[in-house]
Design a protein around this ligand. Sequence first.
Ligand SMILES: Cc1ncc(COP(=O)(O)O)c(C=O)c1O
Length: 456
Amino acid sequence: MSSKFDATSPAPVPGERRNSTARSQALFERALQVMPGGSTRATIFFHPHPPYAAHGEGSRITDVDGNAIVDFTNNFFSAVHGHANPQVVAAVTEAAARGISFGLPTEVEVDLAEHICGRSPAFETIRFSNSGSEAVLSAIKAARAFTGRPAVAKIEGAYHGSYDHVEVSLDSKPGDWGEAAPIGTKYARGTPDAVLGDTVVIPFNDAEAATRLLETHGRRLAALLFDPLPSRVGLVPASAEFVAAIREATARLGIVLVVDEIVCFRLSHGGACPLWNLEPDLVTLGKIIGGGLPIGAVTGKRAIMDMFDVRPGKAAVPHGGTFTANPVTMAAGLASLRQLDQPAYDHLNGLGDYFRRRVTDAIAATGIPAQVTGMGSLFRIHPHQRPVRDYRTAYPTDGEKALLARLHPWLVGQGFLLTPNLSGALSTPMTESEVDALAEALAEGFAWASSDRAAA
Ligand SMILES: Cc1ncc(COP(=O)(O)O)c(C=O)c1O
């Protein structure tokens, strides 16, 4: 294990219990008065309410009640250097002192664009935005402008942010799986029917079905949106056969292949595509490229990216955004990515392998059926041992959902933050000690959450 990160890592205390939640509870009660459901982020809410963060450093957050939490979500996989990384804080402070945002471009925007484009030959030019959701919708608009087609294909169960079309079949249920093809379902109530008509849903890791559906709808399809390691689909990698099939079919049918690397860009210096030998048309980025501040980006083939070019007059896809490419976010992103050198990737990916071995062994010792999936520094823990290959095999039964609903808050109470479906990401300040502590807590937590006492 690299010692580069050890010095900055505070030692977690296994089994450390939270002393109080009174201040978080009081804040939630205030929030209920002024925000629907007391929350502004559906993805981070869990019952009865999450702890409120006071400050963070490295792999730790301290909540407003003074409880220490080892952070395995890293703000939904984005804080790759953990919290308050000194270089990022210095870059943000210096940039903010020079002016927080302007109605003009800045040099640091060019610096970050050059840095990211320098990481892969597939990243010919880049366009920034304020979130991953915005990057995804921009990529789809560019694909529509480029192809002159209206519809979009996406993978069943995959999450790509909050744009209407990409939310289709996000929470598909067994009754929606269909005979020959998945039935597209609305995620948000009120989504117009037209959205379903313009969205084709494809089962993950089924090369034959993917090819057939792309061929059936190809004349209307502008883009296929594809994440090779989709968290909500089970955080299992796309098979080489599936990737080859969708690349071949999209190229043959003139469909723009948009690879969503908003999470999986953290897998290597050049992102995810090189690991699958995949040549993308467009790639969407976000999360770690902003150093902890709001960001998204579309990158890829110049001919498609040129849809955003404003110079000859009206661009095919005019795209602006008051805060897009603001210098504070750009400086944070650059300071964060410059620290992500090969030793940092080796540390993250090596620790990820250790995590999967260690947690697998700890759970096996309890005799409780559970498993860990993931790749590199990304992981997800499943409360069953069915082989996971797609959304359907990852889909928890009602009993498994109930177990997760008991286990997740218990882990938070023990000082370990994971997402409610028990996925997470490691950060560079983490060491084996944080992983060991979580493995022990998981073993204890699974035993407790499976007991009659917890279920009662
Ligand atoms: C794969 C993927 N795509 C897109 C998004 C949307 O990004 P954002 O939350 O920045 O809008 C997310 C967010 O979690 C994501 O995981």
